[in-house]
Write a protein that binds this ligand. Structure first.
Ligand code: C5P
Length: 221
């Protein structure tokens, strides 16, 4: 049998997009497929972790023996994560959370008018991973940074600013990786180190990433 470096470890992940309602039939969202987060959940389970997967709306099957909680909006995801975070040892934020959501959600379908322009006011959503990393009893916290330029600079900035233990940076400027693709390439950064994981299937990449996370987690615990 495979070595189980995460046996007895409780691990929570966020995955997929969020949906921010405008009215009962419309929303703002993004192209995240959830594939990377679901692959990470399966890999964490294979390494022995007790896994809770907080997922936005995706078309993916739940990995075996993973506890999945479905959410819609960034606020739902935030509330669900915060309700369960106290008992977690590791938190991985893989979701593509909407940064803003409509300030007012219309209770009825918004009607078309004669005006050529419409203004929708947006309000900032809570930053889930930064809130988790600011907890006094914070779990070992890993974030993702999807960038189209200066990947390392922005990833390191995010690592420090959000008080993360590790950050997985990916370049989403080419269509052969990231977001909707089955493949991805990542560079993992932590205070004082980095490791490059070249282009691979998200399943293989998730296994490598979780192995590195488990190693670093044990190094500092
Ligand atoms: O700042 P940025 O959104 O680029 O950071 C990305 C990282 O932060 C990802 O790990 C993402 O899951 C997380 N995030 C979050 N809550 C937000 C926005 C981003 O947890 N509201």
């Amino acid at each position: 049998p495979k070595a189980q470096p995460l046996a007895g470890v409780k691990l929570m992940l966020t995955a997929g997009p969020t949906r921010e309602a405008l009215d009962p039939v419309r929303y703002i969202s993004n192209h995240s497929s959830g594939k990377m987060g679901f692959a990470l959940a399966a890999a964490a389970r294979a390494l022995g972790a007790e896994v809770t997967l907080v997922s936005g709306p995706v078309h993916l099957a739940t990995p075996a023996s993973v506890h999945r909680i479905d959410v819609e909006s960034a606020q739902n995801m935030f509330d669900t994560v915060m309700a369960g975070i106290a008992e977690q040892n590791i938190f991985i934020a893989c979701a593509a959370v909407a940064d803003y959501s409509p300030k007012m959600v219309a209770s009825h379908k918004i009607k078309k008018t004669h005006a050529d322009n419409m203004v929708v006011e947006l309000a900032k959503n809570p930053d889930i991973v930064a809130t988790v990393a600011a907890l006094p009893q914070k779990p070992f916290t890993i974030g993702f940074a999807a960038e189209t330029q200066e990947v390392e600079k922005y990833a390191l900035d995010k690592l420090t600013r959000k008080n993360l233990d590790m950050i997985a940076a990916n370049d989403v400027s080419s269509s052969d990786r990231g977001f909707n693709s089955d493949q991805n390439a990542l560079t993992l950064f932590w205070p004082g180190g980095q490791h490059r994981l070249p282009l691979a299937d998200k399943t293989a990449l998730a296994e490598q990433l979780l192995t590195l996370i488990a190693k670093r987690y044990h190094d500092i615990h």
